[in-house]
Design a protein around this ligand. Structure first.
Ligand code: TXA
Ligand code: MG
Length: 327
């Protein structure tokens, strides 16, 4: 099993061990403000191959390359003035920019799945410092097996991938709790490839541009947007106003629910109906509902504005028909 180092007690050790393993081409689970990432040196093709293998991830689904700062990101991607404006406003933070790749800069082509673009982001906190210390961009998808819920604690990573990597760096529960917002920036067009920790409205306020949603979500060029993703084992039912016997009930605030006493277990995303709190608890609560042995999971409505867009996106994917339903 993986060694776990807690940065609240042994930050220097976590830094030294993380750096040593990453430079040697090994994988390390790292804390970020969004979710835990399964990190490897983005310039090392063998390390990238290990990431895809550990996650069982299809190799056509490219990885986000994490940078220490904007200057480092500019070595690997072409920034237009608009891209730079976004980076200046939101980095470090939960925003990923899909930009033209500088092909000679050394990112392993497997990391971008051979695309002419690269997804870059600068995470907050320990991860950013680790990247600076290591001096390499780190490719890091969420540290879960492909198609499963993303991990927001070191314990989640250990349960899902603990036998497939050497080190998990523990910084406590992730603060944001859902993945980064992914924007593709082309000329003056900003396309929302994945809603996430930075609300689209904040991007629109900053730039004065409207953010375009892809016409057919799920069919965009980069397929982290596959309809069934972020899936627990139990079936998920959205916008619930009643409970079927044996269902787990996930509440947001205190809506009136028919037959609430029939719930197998009742879990709360945010008593005060705060979407930021709900985002930070989403994956943990989904895992608890899933592990409760309930027949299905019913979720009460959650507003769609701000980070609510990302929460509803993840819930819709969790509720979508699963590939395994068809085999
Ligand atoms: O918050 C996050 O973004 C977390 C933490 C660890 O940073 N990472 C994460 O990575 O969610 P992952 O691999 O689970 O999701 C990356 C998404 C995928 O949907 C992938 O298709 C998309 O980014 N992506 C990566 N490169 C792309 C590219 N060149 N063009 C379009 N989409 C891209
Ligand atoms: Mg993921």
């Amino acid at each position: 099993m993986a060694r776990i180092i807690d940065i609240s007690r042994e930050e220097e050790l976590a830094m030294a061990e993380g750096r040593r393993l990453l430079i040697a081409g090994e994988l390390v689970a790292i804390p970020t403000e969004t979710v835990y990432g399964l990190a490897g040196d983005a310039t090392d093709a063998d390390a990238i191959a290990r990431i895809y293998a550990a996650k069982n991830r299809p190799s056509f689904n490219p990885l986000i390359c994490h940078m220490a700062d904007l200057a480092m990101a500019e070595r690997y991607a072409d920034f237009s003035p608009l891209a730079r404006e976004l980076a200046d406003a939101f980095w470090p933070g939960p925003l990923t920019l899909v930009l033209p790749l500088k092909p000679e800069a050394g990112i392993a082509s497997a990391a971008t799945a051979g695309l002419a673009t690269v997804a870059v982001r600068v995470p907050r906190g320990f991860a950013g410092r680790l990247i600076a210390e290591t001096g390499r961009p780190l490719a890091a998808p969420s540290a879960n097996r492909s198609g499963r819920l993303s991990p927001t604690t070191a314990g989640h990573v250990e349960a899902d991938l603990g036998n497939r990597l050497q080190l998990i760096i523990d910084a406590g529960p992730a603060i944001v709790g859902v993945e980064s917002t992914i924007l593709k920036v082309e000329g003056e067009t900003i396309t929302l490839l994945r809603p996430g920790g930075i609300p689209a409205e904040a991007v629109e306020r900053l730039t004065g541009l409207s953010v375009t949603r892809p016409a057919t979500p799920g069919a965009i060029e980069a397929p982290g947007m596959m309809a069934s993703h972020y899936a627990p084992n139990a079936a998920v039912r959205l916008n619930a106003s009643h409970v079927e016997p044996g269902e787990a009930l996930i509440m947001f605030g205190a809506p009136l629910i028919d037959n609430a006493e029939a719930a197998h277990v009742t879990l709360q995303l945010s008593k005060t109906a705060d979407t930021a709190e709900a985002a930070s608890r989403l994956y943990d609560v989904m895992k608890q509902a899933d592990q409760s042995g309930a027949s299905a999971i019913a979720v009460t409505p959650i507003p769609h504005d701000g980070i609510g867009e990302a929460i509803n996106d993840r819930l819709a994917r969790a509720a979508a028909p699963r590939p395994k339903d068809y085999d």
